[in-house]
Design a protein around this ligand. Structure first.
Ligand SMILES: Nc1ncnc2c1ncn2[C@@H]1O[C@H](COP(=O)(O)OP(=O)(O)OP(=O)(O)O)[C@@H](O)[C@H]1O
Ligand SMILES: [Mg+2]
Length: 261
């Protein structure tokens, strides 16, 4: 059975075109790119520097408007929304994790994670409790009162992941979340992202350069010059998507995702 028959995609992008600059100075980056992603899976997006990974992730996640093409995120054509609607949509449904953690130096781990809840109008006590539960989930229950300067790189990234998780996003986007980490911490972070895909049924898309992380992902997408040159399921895993769809058969290795007819 094809995955696309089993469960609806959470992200469906079609005909994406994007470049930077104008006229003769234009750098084309994405060339008519179409891709789908499903719930419960961690997908790794790989490729050489400059191949368009960050551009694609930004377009898929509502951070960068493409020149043309569409992105349906949870059945919403996000690039048809107004700026205000898009901002609200992102806040409600999307989580973001970046290479440099983006933490506030003055705030404790609990305060960093609770911050989005304060913006959403959640009361102090409840925000704190939820932040502590999220920090517990990423294995930081002993570190809640510490500020970024007192945390290791791996711990900082786990705080950032807890913060991204706090609104229970259905889609989580991570651009090079492990590139500032040593290999042991990279493993911890990628395993955590995969666990989030499974336990929350979230769609997790992670850009990475690190080939050591591929063992943790259900799906590997390789970009070259803004085009998908490989889209595979190297471990032959089903991901949560198929197991969620009761009684579906296992897929084989190098499973086609339906993106390459
Ligand atoms: N804001 C920008 N203005 C002009 N050109 C840009 C801009 N952002 C990216 N580019 C160019 O677009 C191309 C793709 O960039 P992108 O950041 O998507 O690549 P990447 O695959 O994420 O690379 P890396 O692995 O180095 O992060 C590159 O040639 C880059 O120089
Ligand atoms: Mg990049």
């Amino acid at each position: 059975m094809n995955r696309s028959d089993a469960i609806a995609p959470s992200i469906s992008a079609s005909g994406l075109v994007h470049g930077y600059g104008k006229g003769a100075a234009r750098t084309p980056v994405l060339h008519q790119l179409s891709l789908q992603f499903w719930p419960g899976e961690l997908s790794l997006m790989m490729g050489a520097s400059g191949s368009g990974k960050s551009t694609l992730l930004a377009v898929l996640s509502g951070l960068l408007r493409p020149e043309s093409g569409s992105v349906n995120l949870l059945d919403t054509p996000i690039w048809n929304l107004t700026e205000r609607e898009l901002e609200r949509f992102r806040f409600q449904h999307c989580g973001y994790v970046f290479q440099n953690f983006n933490l506030f130096p003055a705030l404790t781990a609990t305060e960093q994670v609770a911050l989005p809840l304060h913006f959403a109008g959640v009361r102090e006590t409840q925000a704190r409790q939820r932040a502590e539960a999220a920090l517990d989930e990423v294995g930081l229950s002993g570190r809640m009162g510490l500020r970024p300067a007192q945390l290791s790189g791996g711990e900082k990234q786990r705080v950032a992941i807890a913060r991204a998780l706090i609104g229970s996003p259905k889609v989580l986007f991570a651009d090079e979340p492990t590139s500032a980490l040593d290999s042991a911490n990279s493993e911890i972070v990628i395993a955590l992202l995969q666990k989030i895909a499974k336990t929350h049924g979230a769609t997790v898309i992670t850009v990475t350069h690190d080939p050591r992380l591929t063992g943790h992902a259900e799906r590997i997408i390789r970009l070259q010059d803004g085009m998908v040159i490989e889209d595979s399921r190297p471990n032959g895993t089903d991901g949560a998507a198929l197991s969620l769809a009761a009684g579906t058969a296992a897929t084989g290795t190098q499973h086609s995702t339906g993106n390459h007819p």
